[in-house]
Ligand binder design. Structure first.
Ligand SMILES: [Zn+2]
Length: 297
């Protein structure tokens, strides 16, 4: 398992903001002290404007350098354009590693799936997974699928990939919930699986399973995963109800498709995030789930 990360992504924060540096630094520490899952570590390379501009407008790239907040929960930070570009670069490196047959996870911030073509929003500045999906298409992929299990709808990814064959988008999320979109399928290639916020865990799992079946029937030749861990029971923002082992099951299920796959970190704000990511990675690697080792107390 290759982990693409760079501790410099911990170099920005706003006091009290849930999308904080500890999400990544605590996960790095957790992964470095465990012995079950052999890891190789890599830092992200570079991304060109050309690669970003397949998904975003030049106006958004320019806007990222203007020191004004983007919305109430998406602050401007010094150097945020460079932080966002490093997160994109990590997703692109993850794509390359997946094509080389490696299991790979991009452990970076900021997340990306709410960023639309023209707008930074919802803690997201550039859409890492959409840029990587369009890079895959531009470099020969025939059927790319983005699978998004963050508890929030990946509105930005949907808006960017809408009716852009040969890519498809599958998102499982609470609805109605932030950002308000994702209540139904859109266009020819965006498939939404809304779950009512009071649904029990069994329902959430069943809808995830249905989305995975549809993903399989799409017959992707490459899967990009927006891995958000905020559907977790104790997530302070998510209000979801998944258990740690459900993330292991997600990883194992996606592994089961047997096609190149890479995952990028989206949301996930509980203090258990390192254990949730670890459980998911063990699933992707084909290792068994062991709850004692997977939950960081
Ligand atoms: Zn989220």
């Amino acid at each position: 398992m290759r982990i693409i990360t760079d501790e410099r992504c911990a170099g920005y924060s706003s006091y009290g903001h849930p999308e904080n540096p500890r999400r990544v630094t605590a996960t790095i520490a957790h992964l470095k002290q465990q012995l079950e899952l052999p890891l190789t570590w890599a830092a992200p390379g570079e991304v060109s404007d050309e690669q970003i501009l397949r998904a975003h407008s030049p106006e958004l790239l320019a806007r990222l350098k203007i020191p004004e907040d983007f919305d109430g929960d998406t602050p401007y930070h010094e150097n945020i354009a460079n932080h966002a570009r490093a997160s994109v670069a990590a997703a692109l490196d993850a794509l390359k590693a997946a094509r080389n047959g490696e299991n790979v996870f991009s452990l970076m911030r900021p997340p990306g799936h709410h960023a639309t073509r023209n707008q930074a929003m919802g803690f997201c500045y550039l859409n890492n997974v959409a840029i990587a999906a369009l890079e895959a298409v531009a470099t020969g992929a025939q059927r790319v699928a983005v699978f998004d299990f963050d508890v929030h709808h990946g509105n930005g990814t949907e808006a960017i990939l809408l009716n852009q064959p040969p890519a498809a988008f599958f998102s499982v999320h609470l609805h109605p919930f932030y950002p308000g979109t994702g209540g139904a399928n859109v266009g020819r290639n965006c498939f939404n699986y809304p779950i009512t916020p009071d649904a029990p865990r069994a329902t959430y799992r069943a809808i995830l399973a249905r989305a995975l079946d549809d993903l399989k029937n799409y017959q992707p030749d490459l899967i990009a995963v927006s891995a958000g861990f905020d559907a977790y029971l104790r997530d302070p923002l998510g209000g979801g109800i998944l258990e740690v082992e459900d993330f292991h099951w997600l990883g194992r299920s996606l592994r089961g498709f047997g096609v190149p796959m890479f995952s990028v970190l989206e949301g996930g704000y509980s203090r258990d995030l390192p254990g949730l990511i670890f459980a998911y990675l063990k699933g992707v690697e084909g290792l068994p789930y062991q709850s004692e080792a997977a939950v960081e107390k």
